[in-house]
Design a protein around this ligand. Sequence first.
Ligand code: SF4
Ligand code: SF4
Length: 117
Amino acid sequence: MAVPECTACGTCCFSNLPEYVRVFGCDYDRMDDRARELTRFIGNRCYMHMEDGRCAALTLDAERGLFLCSIYEVRPDCCRALERGSGACLGELHEKRERPLIALDRLRRSAAPGGDG
Ligand code: SF4
Ligand code: SF4
């Protein structure tokens, strides 16, 4: 399977599960206020907030077709651990590769003149 550049992919930042990206104490301590605003506590555990099927920190650039982590410098350890081209990455691509492409397509349609935006 061809592995895209992460900035052209974003697949591993997509999930419908609210408890997808765990934010441990060391992650939270590293974060600035802006990043912490994108976290949510579920019970006594902290996670990145998920919105529209993806992490709330993920920014889509429809014009350039890019997926950028808006908190890249302070992202949680589990995001750092997922290496491009690793088995985990390939698993993500196998399971969910179409999701970011659909999201980008939706964004482009809503931004187009006469679109639903
Ligand atoms: S690690 Fe893999 S799944 Fe995640 S953005 Fe990069 S290429 Fe895509
Ligand atoms: S924090 Fe950044 S790298 Fe981690 S899931 Fe969210 S957008 Fe992706």
